[in-house]
Design a protein around this ligand. Structure first.
Ligand code: NAP
Length: 451
């Protein structure tokens, strides 16, 4: 039985029967049968369906936002913003998908030579709960647009969202079995990925899940994309414009109640600005309204599950044992975690080395600009870094020293359908979104013709 629970009220929302092995097998076979037809569907038709997805998302925005609020504690206003972003994604691929997939001519001595982007088959997605619609849509829309079919194994605590997304594709007019939610457990993930009909996997989740599934993909030689955790640095130089960007920096840590892979998890501040920065950061954080995720005024909801708050509390406690100081917040009860500021954070502490998945900001003092870059790249993760400064020339000079998938100057790291998204090191590999994303699950076939 899969149980979906409201983390704010601690009540059970619904219970779902997990799929049996026979049902899982059936889902794979049907997805493959559909693939054989879907791969020949004209791109224009696929784009029209993606456009219909956008219309339906628009119509059901409030329903989906409420579903997320109930299943994983996301403030309802942030749920609506998530659905708006999914609409933007659909619009982007409706307009650009076909051109990204068009044959790409390459001049050689042949009469004609080009790259043909052919779909692969059934692709499995293993997805997390933190952005239950966005993470799935950003995988599914380009993957289906490219002519593949998809199986989704969503995080078990957002099974209601998983069912709603399956219905969304169906209601938008996608043929049956183009997109299927499979209520599978971890062992069944291996069964699905090992199956001959399944050609690849996209994982968004923790490093633990990523390593386990990447190993299975490797064993069966299936292509994979891994979007894993992060502990992004937010570097603040002495000339940063705090009046203009303080809200951005607070949002970079606190949005989605701190449960974002690309959140600013380590604030690395040049010594001369440190005190002023921390004081203003705390003042802004103290104004954030915690409360019922269903309430329009709520900015900080609850963590998606109680055990996540326990893990976060342990990481804070262990950091304090190693010398860090809690200078704001840290009250927690059940799934609620108060916005917290942790100072005197150093390498070797969980708050520096690990991913803190909740509303806890780690403050780190850097001697100078150079030291700030060294500290920022001192991480086993590599999802992204952000730098706040008025000195754009100097900021551009350090681009090469940031070994991450993204570097944002005077902006928080964020995903955007027009730009590639993905990490390095323990944050995974492969790219989603943009032209790069739609090319992850295709056969880039070389065609060479002498006539
Ligand atoms: P998680 O515990 O790793 O779960 C993610 C998904 O993987 C769930 O569907 C989970 O299923 C499944 N899973 C976990 N272990 C598995 C295994 N051994 N075999 C097969 N499936 C397995 O992560 P989460 O707590 O849902 O999400 C938070 C993490 O995701 C954070 O680390 C965050 O940084 C990362 N994330 C990364 C990105 C990115 O784009 N890089 C975006 C969002 C989130 P069950 O629910 O059934 O356990």
């Amino acid at each position: 039985m899969i149980i979906s629970k409201n983390p704010y009220t601690n009540t059970t929302l619904k219970e779902y029967h997990a799929h049996t092995q026979e049902q899982v097998e059936q889902c794979i076979i049907q997805a493959n049968q559909r693939f054989e037809i879907w791969k020949g569907t004209p791109l224009k038709e696929r784009a029209a369906l993606v456009n219909q997805l956008a219309d339906l998302l628009f119509q059901k925005k409030q329903t989906y936002a409420e579903l997320m609020a109930q299943e994983m504690g996301k403030p309802v206003t942030q749920g609506r913003a998530e659905i708006e972003k999914c609409i933007w994604l659909c619009d982007f691929y409706t307009k650009n998908g076909a051109s990204f997939l068009a044959d790409e001519l390459i001049e050689t001595e042949a009469s004609e030579s080009f790259i043909s982007y052919d779909p692969l088959g059934v692709i499995l997605a293993v997805m997390p709960w933190n952005f239950p619609f966005w993470q799935v849509m950003r995988f599914a829309v380009p993957t289906l647009m490219a002519g593949n079919t998809a199986l989704l194994k969503h995080a078990s605590n957002v099974t209601g969202c998983a069912m709603a997304i399956e219905a969304l594709f169906k209601d938008a007019g996608f043929p049956e079995h183009t997109f299927t939610t499979v209520l599978a457990n971890h062992d069944q993930v291996e069964y699905i990925l090992a199956h001959d009909f399944v050609k690849g996997v996209s994982v968004t989740g923790s490093g633990t899940a990523g390593k386990a599934i990447a190993a299975i993909a490797g064993k069966h030689l299936k292509t994979s994309v891994m979007e894993l955790g992060g502990n992004n640095a937010c570097i603040v130089w002495e000339d940063a414009d705090l009046d203009k960007y303080m809200d951005t920096m607070v949002n970079a840590r606190m949005q989605n109640t701190g449960q974002s892979c690309i959140a600013a998890k380590r604030f690395i501040i040049v010594d001369s600005l440190y005190d002023k920065f921390v004081q203003r950061f705390k003042k802004r954080v103290s104004q954030l309204r915690s409360g019922d995720p269903m309430d329009e005024a709520t900015e900080i909801g609850v963590l998606a599950r109680e055990d996540l708050a326990d893990t976060l509390a342990d990481q804070v406690t262990n950091s304090v044992h190693k010398g860090a100081a809690v200078t704001m917040g840290n009250a927690h009860e059940k799934a609620y975690y108060e916005p917290t500021v942790l100072e005197e954070v150093l390498p070797g502490m969980p708050a520096f080395d690990e991913e803190l998945f909740g509303p806890v900001a780690a403050m780190i003092k850097a001697k100078d600009r150079e030291d700030s870059i060294v500290l920022a790249s001192n991480s086993s993760f590599g999802l992204g870094s952000m730098l706040f400064t008025k000195d754009i020339k100097a900021a551009k000079r350090v681009i090469g020293n940031i070994p991450d998938g993204a570097f944002f100057i005077n902006e928080m790291v964020k995903s955007d359908p027009r730009l590639p998204f993905g990490g390095t090191k323990m944050s995974g590999y492969g790219r989603e979104l943009s032209k790069e994303g739609i090319h992850e699950f295709v056969n880039k076939k070389t065609v060479y013709i002498n006539s």
